[in-house]
Design a protein. Sequence first.
Length: 131
Amino acid sequence: ALTAMVAYRLAREIYGERVARFTVMLCGACVYLLMLSCEYMNNATALLMATLFLWGYFRMMHTPHWITGAWSGAAIGYCFITRPYSAMALSFPFALYACYLLLAAPRRCGRPLFAMALAGVALGPVAQPAN
């Protein structure tokens, strides 16, 4: 249920209200999402954290603020704790785009991207004893 709510916010941030409502309908009809949320594996947690990261990243692109960057980085950091390879594969294109933004508009995006990197890396030492 939390993933559907975050997917609604993500779709509303990118595309608007109409697509966001359609996203919730698709999340409710998706058998894969329902099966993920009823088992005790880490797939549901990783999907929620990846969706939170995407929502925070796109929100940070529209209105750059360091708090948005920090919770987006914390979400991808926690996703790295639960499923490291999925988190690395998901975040790689966004890291490349972040490098571009740091070169193109360092005053606008520097602080939020630094907060994102700091929050994501801060959760790294927690992952080592758990794995």
